[in-house]
Design a protein around this ligand. Sequence first.
Ligand code: HEC
Ligand code: HEC
Ligand code: HEC
Ligand code: HEC
Ligand code: HEC
Ligand code: HEC
Length: 491
Amino acid sequence: MDPASLQKQRRISIFRNWISLGGLIVAGGSMFAFLLLFILDALAPVSNPYVGILAYLIAPGFLVTGLSMIAAGLFIERGQLKKQSPGSSIPLLIVDLSRRRDRRNLILLSSAALIFMVMTAVGSYRSYHFTESVEFCGQACHTVMRPEFTTYLHSPHARVACSQCHIGPGAAWYVKAKISGLHQVYAVMRHTYEMPISTPIKNLRPAQETCEQCHWPKKFVGNIDRTYRHYLSDTNNTPFEVRLLLKVGGGDPTHGPVGGIHWHMNVGNKVEYIASDEQRQVIPWVRITDSQGVVTEYKTAKFKSDPKDVVRTMDCMDCHNRPAHSYQTPNDAIELAMSLGQIDATIPNIKKESVKVLTKKYDGEKEALQNIATVLVEKYPNDARIRSAVDAVQKIYCNNFFPDMKANWKVYPNDIGHKNWPGCFRCHDGDHTTADGKKNIKANDCNACHIILAQGSGDELEQLDSKGHEFKHPGGDYADMKCNDCHTGGD
Ligand code: HEC
Ligand code: HEC
Ligand code: HEC
Ligand code: HEC
Ligand code: HEC
Ligand code: HEC
């Protein structure tokens, strides 16, 4: 054989090894699968998280494996050729542009490489977006994220992507999230995740970099007029409403008076605190630094400093900790359904019975839904109105109770008010005083944060008082106890 054809044969033969051939099949197959899935994903009206996982995570993974196999095979084969005939020259790739065949091959090769690079770029861009998408975060591992995904869909943030609050912009947090994400995927596969997922989330990104990307903290909100509709647990389900004027205010003098609830967010003030429990429900120490740099420290009698104490700067999440995942209390959910007419408020005792059936302990969703139906139908055997009530109670259960993850209102406190959880009263309870005992955090003044414009039912609701009514508690006087000593949301 003449040297030229020998070289040619050798060049071909180094591609002829099992590893490279295998790699070629894997790479070709995954490329085809990627193309198919890509088209499927692009054409589908709603994206499906599984198509996404296959197309943007698994197929590219196989493609890379295939390509690495081809390269590894070549490398090994070359080594062996060298061993078999030492001395002989290992075929070099000689491109001679004066030859027509070489020119044609070069063009073919570079077009293929270009197409491949574009597809890789599109693929990795889509992979990046995919792992940031609501489908990936919320739906890919059904059971685990179902509570958060369901509550999110019913929140004012249903159109905000999970990653905008949980990751935020920038490469550093993206990488951080992906590393913790890998750990989570592993935990899901091994079933070692915690149930319920505990909060507050450690290392949640500060609100300045998430919430404040959309909400401008300087914005002056002013007063919000909000009505809280309730029904008592008596035979007539007596309505009881409270119409509050919440003094949300603002935190920046160029946009309105500084004061009110958002005063904490005054750009000049810094409020810091130490919580003595994991869920930040007990706050024995608070410090404010105002715009002039004056520092005031408040603490409760029980507070003892500990080197392990973590000082946290207050931000949006210390009040709005459930902006996207609000697990409604049975009490609130039933009252809402009653006020919307989904549960007929003229059915005697229906408030009490519905809350009772919702708060019973169940092993799973199926058992719960069945039990809700049988118990209510048995209680009201001849009442046609109970059908829609059963539907409403079952729907409330599905949207707010997640026995598979042990998630419900009880394990996720909401810090915005003070009725069912300590909330604002974690600091505004009168027990937080300065060292000299002269000053305490605004407390026991029921008009500090809101005024009661009207309360009660029927005509009483028309008697508006711009100075604020004194609260007439429906269950009689509540003495000096905290609201959440009695109110737990159900149970
Ligand atoms: C508007 C911002 C926002 C959006 C959008 C959002 N979250 Fe959250 N999420 C939060 C906050 C705030 C918390 C509570 C953090 C805490 O208490 O430490 C939280 C808590 C969680 C928790 C902890 C368990 C729990 O129920 O509190 C999980 C898991 C979670 N989110 C997943 C998701 C998923 C999945 C999505 C998208 C489907 C999503 N989040 C969308 C802000 C958001
Ligand atoms: C990507 C933008 C975006 C991000 C990030 C975001 N929000 Fe929102 N937020 C919205 C939109 C949009 C609304 C709904 C506005 C409307 O329809 O009135 C909203 C509404 C709200 C409301 C009013 C809810 C109500 O009951 O009316 C609060 C409170 C709020 N967001 C707090 C937060 C907090 C706290 C965070 C951070 C954890 C956050 N938001 C992050 C866009 C965002
Ligand atoms: C001290 C607690 C507290 C802090 C801190 C706080 N808020 Fe609020 N915010 C409230 C309360 C209370 C309301 C009244 C509405 C309610 O009760 O749900 C409110 C209302 C709002 C609203 C609704 C306004 C509307 O027009 O409906 C938005 C949006 C909002 N806050 C965003 C934020 C953002 C963003 C931050 C962080 C920069 C923040 N809040 C910090 C307590 C707080
Ligand atoms: C971490 C502790 C803490 C929490 C939680 C907290 N606050 Fe405050 N708040 C303070 C401190 C400290 C001050 C300033 C007290 C002072 O020195 O006058 C303050 C002041 C206020 C003021 C008076 C602002 C002014 O105009 O002077 C209002 C109104 C207020 N808070 C409402 C609320 C509401 C509503 C909540 C719950 C949604 C809440 N706070 C939760 C610590 C807290
Ligand atoms: C530190 C601020 C603050 C103080 C002080 C305060 N409240 Fe409130 N209160 C709130 C906020 C914020 C809400 C709204 C919670 C929400 O939007 O869910 C609220 C809600 C309420 C509601 C309606 C709750 C419901 O679900 O119907 C009543 C009633 C009420 N407060 C009574 C009182 C009484 C009585 C006092 C005096 C003992 C008081 N508040 C003191 C901040 C405060
Ligand atoms: C000593 C226990 C106790 C304390 C403390 C207490 N309540 Fe109540 N509350 C009750 C009882 C009992 C009822 C009647 C429940 C019913 O008929 O459904 C009630 C009813 C209510 C209702 C109307 C019905 C409902 O279920 O929501 C509101 C609103 C309310 N309380 C708000 C408050 C607020 C705000 C505070 C704190 C300022 C407070 N309560 C403190 C025991 C208490």
